[in-house]
Each structure stands twice: as C-alpha cells, then as structure tokens.
Ligand binder design. Sequence first.
Ligand code: FMN
Length: 362
Amino acid sequence: MADISVKFCGLEFPNPVMTAAGPGAKDGDLCLEAVKGGAGGIVTKTVSVKPADVPRPCMGNTKSGFLNTELWSEHTIEHWLEVEYKKARQADVPLIIGMGYTADQIEKVAPMVKPYADAVELSTHYVGTDVSPIVNALKVAKKHLDVPVFMKMSPHTDIQTIAKAVEKIGADGLVMINSFGPVMSIDLETGLPIMGSKTGYGWLSGLPIHPLAVRCIYDASKVVDIPIIGVGGVTNGREAAEMFMAGASAVQVCTEAILKGPSIYGKIAQELNDFLDEHGYKDINEIKGLTHKKIDERQFRITSIPPTVDHDKCVKCGICENVCVYDAIAVKDKWEVDKEECFGCGLCVTECPTDALSIPYR
Ligand SMILES: Cc1cc2nc3c(=O)[nH]c(=O)nc-3n(C[C@H](O)[C@H](O)[C@H](O)COP(=O)(O)O)c2cc1C
C-alpha cells in the first residue's frame, strides 16, 4: 500500500484530503464528521469580524456546475471561539482556521483565532485582485501569528504575480482556487436567477472548475517554493492525483462533500491510494510536480498521430465514430481509422468509455 501521509510547514496529515472552507466545515460537529469520514485535515469555514448576511437561495447545483452565494460564516466569531473551534479541536488532525479578509479585519480576527489554530487560511476573495491589499492582509496575519499562514487565492487574479508577492512577504503556503465567477444561472419557469444575491450572480465550483484549478496550481508552482494546497472540482482520487502532478502538496474538497457527505474524504483518499498502487508509485512525492518534469520531454508537434485501438477493450459502441468531425473513424465489424483523414485531435480517446483508444501525449 502506498504512503499517502503528507508533511509540510511542520504539519502532519495522515492523508492529504482535507475539508475546504465551506458548508462541509461550517461548524465543529461537521468538522468532526469530516474526520470520521476520512479527512486528513480540517479547514474551517471562513470567519470575519461580522457574521455574513447570506442571501437565499445560496446554493444550487446545475448540469454545468455548482453555484453558491454564501459569502463567509453566518456565525459570529465569538460563537466560533466559544463553541465550534473547541469541538473541531477534538479531532486529531491539523486544524487550519479559515479567516478573512482585509488587513483591518485580520488585525482583529487573527489574535482571536490564534489559540485554536495549527495554521490559518487567509481568504483573498473579497479584497480585489491587486497585490497590495492581499499582501497587507498577510503582513498583519504574520505579525499576530506564529503558525503557518496559507493564502487562499481566487482564480481570476494574476496567479503568478500574487503567488510570488505573498511568498516574498512570508506566506507559508498557497491554497488554490476559490470558486470562479461571478456566474449566473436562470430558472426557466420564472426567468429569475437561481441565486438570491441582489445581482442574481453566484460563484461556480465543482468539476467544471477543476481544469482551471489544475492550471493555476501548475502556474503557481513554477514560480514559488512554498507548498500549494489544491482545491477545485476534486470528486475522486484521480482528480486529486492530477493536482499533485501539477504541483500540489495536498487537496481540499468542498462541493463534492456538500453533494455526497463526509464519507467522500476517505473515499477520495482511498482512490488516491489505489491509483498510486496501480501505477507502482510508493508515495505521493513520486507524482508531486511530475507534469513539470514531463513537459520538458514533450515534443511539440503540428502533425497527426492517429489513435491506436486495443481491440480487446473496444466494445464497438460507435461513440468515437460519432464524435469524429474528420470522418476518420468507422466502427463496423471492427474499429478502423483512416490515417489520411485523421487530424490527431485526440477527442475519440477522451470520449472512449472503455479506454480502448490511445494516442501519445508526448
Ligand atoms: C457553498 C460554498 C461555500 C463556500 N464558502 C467559502 C468560504 O467561506 N471561504 C472560502 O474561502 N471559500 C469558500 N468556498 C469555496 C471553496 O472552499 C472552494 O475553494 C471552491 O468551492 C472550489 O472547490 P470545490 O470545487 O471542491 O467546491 C465555498 C464554496 C461553496 C460551494
């Protein structure tokens, strides 16, 4: 069995799958449930100086992704201090306290959460995309705290510039990405947005933002040496593995835990373990940043290499033929490709339900 424990910034996680700041960690009981369900670390819902006035409805799942307009915790920070952090502390995994947002707010919040935090996660979501307010909030957090400070980044910022700036000021790690947006979804019966915010806008999370998160992790890990915790559309162990290959040191799960409940953390950790075992990797370090190493070996090409088929796996479903806009595939008695017509686009490979097709990604 592969070793999926991870260690960074002096914190030891039995596995690298944590809760994310969100409904799955909105109070102490849920944090404990998450650990029971297999989470290797807890990140609590973001708290700020005032409880959030959350517009309703504030969550909705659509075919194209999960929308929310939840802001931060609706509990007062005093309530978190008196009740929720005490409960969450009973778990024997690291407790990372989510807090936000501006330097003035962090001046008040950081000393309050300090006694409970193994580390803090400082959300940059509502301080804009400029470097200076983000860096200023971090400076204040570092002034008050002697535990690791992780900066949670939104996807629409200039990731590399901000990543470098916060590393320089002393951020101990990055968390990326927060939900993407604003976005909008409309109820067709009423013509009204499904989110109750004044604008009708919400923020997108879940699987559709996974490739965006992977790209952000990949880009940031090119320019910083501090650990990166990946979050965004992790629904299974393979998506977690992808984040490690892009350069992450751990992952968080928000939307999938809302939809599937706390047992999802352990399930994802187990699937990650299985993935490593199946591929002969002995621990996570063997895949961490793998894409950075591999991409240099890749030969950029503008020529076609047609797919090859594993006839034993091909069930002749015809999906590849349907999606081939070059009319290069025929599935009759057996699967065939017209090598002259094939553009080498790769779509048939990703659409094949039985993994019977392959092309070299080199
Ligand atoms: C309903 C909901 C509430 C959230 N609340 C917070 C929050 O309080 N603080 C924060 O930093 N991120 C918050 N997030 C963002 C998540 O922590 C996470 O970054 C994002 O949803 C992407 O991960 P996912 O695809 O696994 O959900 C929230 C997300 C959702 C869906």
